[in-house]
Design a protein around this ligand. Structure first.
Ligand code: CP
Length: 326
């Protein structure tokens, strides 16, 4: 267990070592137990987190805000449109100034090619921890909540368990690729054999793919890529299927939208779930395009753990905030 994470940022999934992630999970399980027992745990009394959003949110906003209150502090919701950012406040100024008001700065900025750079520029100028509430490259807190959920359902020793990270059809908008990228970086460190499935045009970032392969090699886990969704589901222990955009293939959103339409059959339905192991779990970070990306039957079925995933956002975020901002 690591006992000093004070002042650290969490922007990318590999910013914390495996041992540091294990520490986060130990604290998260303890905080979940404390909340279940109604035991007060004000580790951040009088501390304030700035929560700066450039994009909409249900779970991330709710769980960070509730988490800060439960830790005895406050989460200040700041929508970028209501600030002077569009009138010239730079990321450096946000880092410098918010770092003097707040005890932590959390940012969601998912614009392709911009978000991650923005977070890093804020962090460079900030004297307090910067936490990534999702950027164009990573969604680290979602991934930690997913890992906690998998451990609850499948046990702490995840070696030789098969996890499918699959693209799924959804035409509503080109969703960020941060969730699958975080999953392929983090899960092999905990021994999961990851199979990444997507149509050819939905490649992830080459640099992230190289890092994921390196993590799998280092931790002795499998990592395969396929363009066959059904083959990927076969004998899986964990099915994680969600949509993302074709931004690596084409930066043109109209062309990306046209490409998506070719793959309407990439839906997670009862027939495909039956190809996975009988006790397989179905995961999705939400929001989902119901009956387009996944059927109601799967989403609301016995194998679905989507509400546990959403709940665990609260516990892992409280753990990271208590460890880094305390
Ligand atoms: N999963 C997730 O990040 O949800 P929100 O977009 O609602 O925050």
């Amino acid at each position: 267990m690591k006992t000093f994470l004070h002042g650290r940022d969490m922007i990318g999934d590999l910013d914390f070592t495996k041992e540091e992630v294990e520490t986060v999970l130990e604290v998260a399980f303890d905080l979940k137990r404390k909340r279940a027992l109604n035991e007060p745990h004000p580790y951040l009394r009088d501390k304030v987190l700035a929560m700066l959003f450039f994009f909409s949110s249900t779970r991330t906003r709710g769980s960070f805000e509730a988490g800060m209150a439960q830790l005895g502090g406050h989460g200040a919701f700041i929508e970028s449109k209501s600030t002077q950012i569009s009138h010239g406040d730079t990321p450096k100024e946000i880092g410098e100034i918010f770092g003097r008001y707040y005890d932590g700065i959390a940012v969601r900025h998912v614009d392709w090619g911009i978000g991650n750079g923005y977070l890093n520029a804020v962090a460079k100028a900030s004297r307090v921890p910067v936490l990534n509430m999702q950027c164009d490259i990573y969604h680290p807190f979602q991934c930690l909540a997913d890992l906690m959920t998998i451990m609850e359902k499948k046990g702490r020793d995840l070696r030789r368990k098969k996890m499918v990270v699959s693209w799924a059809y959804a035409a509503s908008y080109q969703k960020p690729m941060s969730v699958p990228q975080s999953l392929i970086l983090q899960m092999p460190r905990f021994g999961l054999d990851v199979v990444l499935a997507h149509p050819p045009e939905f490649r992830l970032m080459p640099d992230i793919m190289e890092q994921a392969k390196e993590q799998a090699r280092k931790f002795g886990a499998g990592f395969e890529v396929t363009d066959d969704m059904e083959a990927a589901f076969k004998d899986a222990d964990i099915v994680y299927a969600k949509s993302w955009g074709a931004m690596v293939h084409t930066p043109d959103p109209d062309e990306g939208a046209k490409i998506i339409k070719k793959y309407a059959h990439w839906i997670t339905d009862e027939r495909k779930m039956a190809m996975a192991k009988e006790d397989a779990i179905y995961m999705h970070p939400l929001p989902a395009d119901r009956n387009i990306e996944v059927t109601d039957g799967v989403m609301d079925g016995e194998q679905s753990v989507v509400y546990d995933e959403a709940e665990n956002r609260l516990h892992v975020q409280k753990a990271v905030m208590a460890l880094t901002m305390g």
